[in-house]
Design a protein around this ligand. Structure first.
Ligand SMILES: *[C@@H]1O[C@H](CO)[C@@H](O)[C@H](O)[C@H]1NC(C)=O
Ligand SMILES: *[C@@H]1O[C@H](CO)[C@@H](O)[C@H](O)[C@H]1NC(C)=O
Ligand SMILES: *[C@@H]1O[C@H](CO)[C@@H](O)[C@H](O)[C@H]1NC(C)=O
Ligand SMILES: *[C@@H]1O[C@H](CO)[C@@H](O)[C@H](O)[C@H]1NC(C)=O
Ligand SMILES: *[C@@H]1O[C@H](CO)[C@@H](O)[C@H](O)[C@H]1NC(C)=O
Ligand SMILES: *[C@@H]1O[C@H](CO)[C@@H](O)[C@H](O)[C@H]1NC(C)=O
Ligand SMILES: *[C@@H]1O[C@H](CO)[C@@H](O)[C@H](O)[C@H]1NC(C)=O
Ligand SMILES: *[C@@H]1O[C@H](CO)[C@@H](O)[C@H](O)[C@H]1NC(C)=O
Length: 538
């Protein structure tokens, strides 16, 4: 997922407020017995025409990732479910996402594509029991986080269970499948007052207990611009057009940015938008957290439906071309590497981070669906530089924040900067997916084994450094022995994203895999939940 500055600031407060007083919901029914037909025979092996890893190795690696997923799920299910997150070191739990079982919602589509019926059915039994009207300890509800994780996870599960993976539902689960869609609708109905503003640009932080907001008069680019895929899909599935209209209205201010100075280069826009006027209030941005998934969704909406969302595609092309022209940046000590700078008006800052590493994958996706090799090639350059943030550290995992500003290198990192081409500004790793996500797109576009090997190295490093107690934990420093210690928190996107992309890059062809030949029948939301596209596959 792409994380917003706003919600990341709130997270600290939310965690502090997490209740020690037990699960918010009653236990669901026990794990249902699986009675479906045997799993589909997976077609292991390289993409046709590519030079991927041999079939036996692919199967072995996919099985190792599946083992890690099953292990983390067992820990969560035993010690934390139906709370949001597991604290793996002391078998405790946290509720940073309102106590609705975020890890279960986020694990749903991964358990499906890994074809693990026991976990799929546990989650199908649970989702109908969630009460969206109550947020644990009255914690604020993030429209963005709730949309990408809960709404995204449930809609994806619904798509897969009413489509190619229907056989995974047990007999008892089948009756619950229509309720998944009802629950998605209940959730959206609870959230929809967020859009009741003078412009229709939503407020992001909501208090359900008194149907108020945090009073903020602005909202951010990513938090406004990363709703439209989920809410449009909900409209398409339910026939109620209101959901899509609400999200598209908010998005319309981002597609036609005002005032003019808020768009320093064509397609590249500022970050904060006044929800009372619809005007941008700054001209700072880029592909880092807070802005990231706005750009991501421009091209993904086009994949979702090329007829309805071709203007989104036009805006993506403008942003992509300006990015290649103005933001591509090369470290003085490693000029062959390409990172993306951020901007304040037309002044650049050489700062990036793990979140921004989705950029390579997004350029590659754009190149594939527009049939433009230049975007694929540029994306592959970005992918290589993100791999470099992994393979230069002691743990083999990339840092949360890094920079390549030659005039600000801390003396203690001078040697590191000479060798690596970047220095670390925030050494933590919080189980983020973006680097492995981009390896996935690189592999699907090229069929080249090198990306599978990079993903495997990344997965092995995460498994070796972050695995502790009953699950996986955030670590303090990627360039310290043993990651500098654990933070005792397993965010839900480990399930949704890290383990899904780590698995799919070795898994055989399936209709939900990203394709290189103009037949993408599915598109992944920013939390890695695949949605069935509504238009003609491209
Ligand atoms: C909120 O969701 C619950 C289901 O969890 C539903 O019963 C309720 O009607 C919804 N509230 C609104 C305002 O839509
Ligand atoms: C469609 O969804 C909107 C937004 O939640 C809701 O207010 C409206 O009642 C729904 N319409 C129907 C016909 O269900
Ligand atoms: C709504 O409830 C929240 C949480 O209890 C509180 O912080 C906020 O001040 C309340 N807002 C209003 C307008 O009453
Ligand atoms: C942005 O920079 C341009 C020149 O690069 C300048 O003309 C313009 O006034 C600046 N805009 C703002 C809002 O600072
Ligand atoms: C580099 O760092 C200096 C000092 O913090 C800052 O003034 C300058 O704007 C930075 N330049 C870039 C390109 O990041
Ligand atoms: C490390 O990253 C670089 C990209 O900077 C890549 O060329 C190289 O192959 C990587 N090394 C390994 C062992 O994967
Ligand atoms: C992951 O870690 C577990 C526990 O240390 C270990 O048993 C397993 O072999 C590791 N998997 C890989 C692929 O290294
Ligand atoms: C588990 O550890 C966390 C700190 O990481 C602490 O806040 C919590 O109280 C501990 N819970 C139990 C049950 O020991």
């Amino acid at each position: 997922m792409r994380f917003s500055i706003l919600s990341s600031a709130l997270l600290g407060a939310s965690l502090a407020a997490a209740s020690p007083s037990g699960p918010p919901h009653g236990p669901p029914h026990g794990p249902p017995h699986y009675k479906g037909p045997p799993p589909l025979a997976p077609s292991w092996g390289p993409i046709e025409g590519g030079e991927g890893e041999p079939a036996t190795l692919a199967a072995e690696r996919a099985a190792a990732v599946k083992e890690a997923f099953q292990f983390a799920w067992n820990g969560y299910y035993k010690y934390a479910f139906p709370n949001d997150e597991l604290r793996p070191q002391n078998n405790s739990f946290a509720n940073s996402r309102n106590g609705w079982g975020a890890s279960a919602a986020d694990a749903f589509s991964t358990a499906l594509v890994m074809e693990i019926p026991s976990i799929v059915n546990e989650i199908v039994h649970y989702i109908p029991t969630i009460d969206w009207s109550v947020s644990i300890n009255n914690m604020p509800v993030s429209l963005f986080e709730t949309t990408i994780r809960y709404l995204g996870g449930i809609l994806s599960g619904y798509d897969l269970l009413t489509g190619p993976l229907a056989y995974l539902a047990s007999e008892e689960s089948k009756a619950n499948i229509p309720i998944l869609l009802e629950q998605a609708q209940n959730l959206a109905n609870n959230l929809s007052y967020a859009f009741e503003t003078p412009t229709g640009i939503p407020s992001n932080n909501l208090y359900f207990n008194n149907r108020s907001t945090d009073g903020s008069t602005t909202n951010g680019l990513a938090t406004i611009g990363t709703l439209v895929l989920e809410w449009t899909h909900l409209s398409d599935l339910t026939g109620n057009e209101t959901y899509g209209q609400l999200a598209q209205k908010g998005e319309s201010y981002l597609l036609r940015p005002r005032p003019r100075w808020a768009q320093p280069w064509p397609g590249l826009v500022g970050t904060n938008v006044d929800i009372n006027t619809g005007l941008f209030v700054d001209a700072s941005g880029g592909w880092n957290g807070g802005d990231d998934s706005f750009y991501e969704y421009l091209i993904k909406m086009y994949v979702y439906d090329p007829d309805r969302f071709s203007t989104y595609k036009d805006r993506w092309i403008k942003a992509a071309d300006s990015t290649i022209k103005h933001l591509a940046s090369h470290p003085t000590t490693r000029p062959e590497l390409t990172y993306l700078a951020i901007f304040h008006n037309r002044t650049l800052d050489f700062e990036s981070g793990h979140l921004a590493c989705f950029d390579g994958g997004n350029f590659i996706l754009g190149g594939l669906v527009l049939n433009k090799q230049k975007y694929v090639d540029f994306g592959l350059k970005l992918v290589e530089a993100c791999e470099n943030t992994y393979n230069q550290t002691l743990t083999g995992i990339g840092p949360e924040g890094f920079s390549w500003n030659a005039s600000s290198v801390p003396p203690a990192q001078q040697e590191f900067y000479e060798r690596a081409g970047f220095y670390i500004t925030d050494g933590s790793y919080i189980l983020r997916p973006e680097v492995i996500e981009s390896f996935y797109y690189a592999y699907r576009a090229t069929g080249s084994r090198v990306y599978q090997d990079w993903a495997w190295n990344g997965f092995k490093a995460i498994n070796a450094t972050c695995r502790t107690g009953s699950g996986f934990s955030e670590i303090k420093h990627v360039n310290a022995p043993n990651g500098g210690g654990f933070k005792n928190f397993q965010d839900s996107f480990l399930f949704a994203e890290v383990l899904k992309y780590s698995y799919l890059i070795h898994a055989g062809d399936a209709e939900w895999q990203v394709n290189q030949d103009g037949i993408n029948e599915w598109v992944y939301n920013t939390e890695a939940h695949p949605f069935k596209v509504a238009g003609a596959p491209i």
